[in-house]
Write a protein that binds this ligand. Structure first.
Ligand SMILES: O=C(O)CCC(=O)C(=O)O
Length: 280
């Protein structure tokens, strides 16, 4: 683990934002050569999937389980600019349970389609149907790395209803097409990381601009939650450090997050006790 993450601890302002609004934005989380490598790798996945699935030019892509497709994607798993913040929110008994990459090319048909409501949802589908409580427990969060520029609205921005993570339901205007009046487009310059609680009501949006939107989503949860996708990562394990292996789902003693995990199961616990003794 890169101890540079200790220079990017969760701030009081971020913690307050996350608890009250359900999300916060970290600008310049990735930049320079790393951002360029991520963009190149995302473009390769997009081109490969277009070919494999026979998608037309300009098709939108939501690629689950992209994490295993290029070594550079692994670098974001415990990235110094974001990972200590994940640990501060969720603690040490965590894993990556889900990864997906969304590419939203320009869509010039958007204006001619008339007004449509966005696709509002909370993450981790069945948890919202099968867990009791109001609000339901957090259980997981996502860090979304924005590779392209969505610093202004109208570029397929990520949309949220601030504070809605504390509500099991979302109210909509009666016209059947408008979005909740308190919905906002999150403006994220390239290289930003947007942290959001899985309970936050959120949506993708159409992209009528001429800038293709590219975002990598990393979903972290407690280790007892089943992975949301295939997690095709075995090829990474031999060269991973113990904490990355934990995050990728390895459980040395097979406990998978239930009772008394050992230090071998959760090396992140000892690391946090040493470096972040007041969290987790
Ligand atoms: O693409 C977006 O802006 C939204 C992504 C989303 O809905 C999700 O990660 O669950």
């Amino acid at each position: 683990m890169d101890t540079a993450c200790l220079n990017h601890l969760l701030t009081d302002a971020e913690s307050h934002e996350f608890e009250s609004a359900g999300y916060f934005v970290v600008e310049e989380a990735v930049s320079g050569p790393l951002l360029a490598r991520l963009l190149a790798a995302a473009d390769t996945v997009y081109a490969d999937e277009r070919g494999r699935r026979g998608l037309p030019e300009g098709a939108m892509l939501n690629q689950l389980d992209f994490i295993g497709r290029d070594d550079v994607f692994l670098e974001l798993l415990d990235h110094p600019a974001t990972f200590a913040k994940v640990c501060a929110i969720l603690g040490w008994n965590i894993q990556l349970y889900h990864s997906h990459m969304i590419v939203t090319p320009p869509d010039t048909r958007v204006d001619g389609r008339g007004k449509r409501r966005l696709g509002w949802h909370q993450d981790t589908g069945r948890l919202n149907a099968e867990l009791e409580g109001e609000p339901r427990p957090r259980v997981s969060l996502k860090v979304a790395f924005f590779l392209s520029d969505t610093s202004v609205p109208g570029r397929g921005n990520f949309h949220v209803v601030p504070g809605s993570h504390l509500r099991n339901t979302l109210e909509f205007p009666e016209d059947g097409v408008s979005d909740p009046p308190d919905a906002v487009a999150v403006c994220a310059p390239p290289g930003s990381a947007v942290f959001f609680d899985r309970r936050l009501w959120h949506s993708a949006s159409p992209n009528p601009s001429d800038v293709t939107r590219k975002v990598l989503f990393y979903g972290y949860s407690y280790r007892w939650l089943r992975p949301r996708d295939d997690m095709t990562v075995d090829h990474y394990l031999p060269s991973c450090d113990p904490i990355r292996r934990q995050l990728l789902g390895v459980s040395a003693n097979g406990g998978f997050g239930y009772t008394s995990p050992t230090d071998d199961d959760v090396p992140l616990r000892a690391w946090m006790n040493e470096h972040l003794p007041h969290t987790g």
